[in-house]
Design a protein around this ligand. Structure first.
Ligand code: CMC
Length: 429
């Protein structure tokens, strides 16, 4: 890392601020001493110009449409690797050797069961509860079941908590789904790979044999790789902020799941599919594009636009290809795919979308694939959470080990009333 300097004058005070460079990507101006030396804060709602930490996990070049995990392009990982390999890469920084991979797979697989009392915990939810509501609660509750991995100062406990979460998320997600449709829970079967095991827990029933379709498993594994991490997005920043106070990792990941649920973040895949259903047929596309452009209409094209990508989201390209492959191989003709293709075509040629650099993001196509695999829309964000758990945990672990780490505590620009005197209730008009 190289450091140079920049200076800023606030009122009559001039301070030198170090400018730091990372391996690649924009430089950062280190403003850590600004308040102490000038009495002024910086103001950046939505953190559009603010780097909150140093990280060596994920790199995004939003203008070029590049996404790297630990330096490896997402396209190569998605086409050539599997999800647990990506999880290993996230946690340890390097791709595993065959022996390391076998050991990691074994360790994750041995943690797939959840404490049996979790079954009773589920009974407290209404049947129509959104599975994301169940996930927030159940993942938070893991800290009540696994006390032996909540001491964050113990490296070994941190690793066990990490493996537990990667292993148990699919089990909890499948349980949330089974509960919502009134079917019995299906226990994990540890001779299956991670994603096949998850599909079996979701779609098998105890009264019949179940064979996992390898096309489904490969497609979902790819979706998991694509969603594994995405730098300092809202849910990851939430995990880091929660963790900065020293909270246990299960509680931090539950906070991340809560943040992911929103429609501007992980909820967008559900919203994108609902939008495609609402549009219904390719002839309606132009009408909805006009609505999206209308300043007086709150409607937005779900699955379009991104805070960081001002180019085609590289994950969307892979997702688009996977969607076509899955539908073709399964011989499914989905009208929604036609709507999506038409919508993408019209929007990409439209001046409004070109000028604002609004391109399809990963959520635009993922919903169609997940629907083809048999998942209801309410499960889409849950699947995102299963995958993103690896990124959240890697980011959380990186933060805990960062010597510069402090409790996250943003400041504010106060615009409320200045100090005033309390008036007794009987004397108020
Ligand atoms: N449809 C129509 N107009 C849009 C859209 C859209 N999807 N997205 C942004 N715009 C317009 C917006 O109205 C604004 O116009 P103006 O400058 O005239 O006011 C301009 O583009 C910039 O938008 P913004 O909201 O200031 O940009 P942002 O960086 O704060 O928001 C976003 C990024 C992803 C929240 C937004 O593009 C959006 O709401 N997209 C739809 C939801 C979506 O697909 N979210 C998934 C994100 S990818 C998965 C993930 O990371 O979780």
């Amino acid at each position: 890392m190289s450091v140079s300097a920049s200076s800023i004058t606030v009122g009559d005070k001039n301070v030198e601020l170090p400018v730091k460079s990372g391996t690649i990507g924009p430089n950062v101006v280190d403003i850590g001493k600004l308040y102490g030396q000038t009495g002024a804060f910086t103001f950046d709602p939505g953190f559009t110009s603010t780097a909150s930490c140093e990280s060596s996990i994920t790199y995004i070049d939003g203008d070029e449409g590049v996404l790297l995990y630990r330096g490896y392009p997402i396209e190569q990982l998605a086409e050539q690797g599997d999800f647990l390999e990506t999880a290993y890469l996230m946690l340890f920084g390097e791709l595993p050797t065959p022996a390391q991979k076998a050991d990691f797979d074994y360790r994750v697989t041995r943690h797939t069961m959840v404490h049996d009392q979790m079954n009773r915990f589920f009974q407290g939810f209404r049947r129509d509860a959104h599975p994301m509501a169940i996930m927030v609660a159940c993942v938070g509750a893991l800290s009540a079941f696994y006390h032996d991995s909540t001491d964050i100062s113990d490296e070994n406990q941190r690793m066990i908590a990490s493996l537990r979460m990667i292993a148990k998320m699919p089990t909890l997600a499948a349980m949330a789904y089974k509960y919502s449709i009134g079917q019995p829970f299906v226990y994990p079967k540890n001779d299956l790979d991670y994603t096949s095991n998850f599909l079996r827990m979701c779609f098998a029933v105890p009264c019949e044999e179940f064979q996992v379709n390898p096309i489904y498993a490969r497609a979902l594994d790819k979706i998991f790789i694509l969603h594994a991490d995405h730098e300092q997005n809202a849910s990851t920043s939430t995990v880091r902020l929660a963790g900065s106070s020293g909270a246990n990792p299960f509680a931090c990941i539950a906070a991340g799941i809560a943040c992911l649920w929103g429609p501007a973040h992980g909820g967008a895949n559900e919203a994108a599919l609902k939008m495609l259903m609402e549009i219904g047929t390719p002839d309606n596309v132009a009408k909805y594009v006009a609505k999206a452009k209308d300043k007086n209409d709150p409607f937005r094209l779900m699955g379009f636009g991104h805070r960081v990508y001002k180019n085609y989201d590289p994950r969307a390209r892979i997702m688009q290809k996977t969607t076509h492959e899955v539908l073709k191989e399964l011989n499914i003709k989905d009208d929604l795919l036609e709507v999506a293709v038409q919508l993408e075509k019209i929007a990409l040629e439209d001046e409004y979308f070109i000028e604002k650099k609004l391109y399809p993001n990963i959520d635009f196509y993922s919903g169609i694939t997940l629907k083809a695999l048999g998942f209801p829309t309410s499960m889409f964000t849950v699947l995102f959470a299963v995958a993103r758990t690896t990124g959240w945990i890697a980011q959380w672990a990186e933060m805990i080990q960062d010597p510069a780490q402090k409790i996250g505590r943003p400041r504010q620009l106060y615009v409320g009333p200045a100090q005033r005197e309390y008036v007794a209730i009987g004397q108020r008009d």
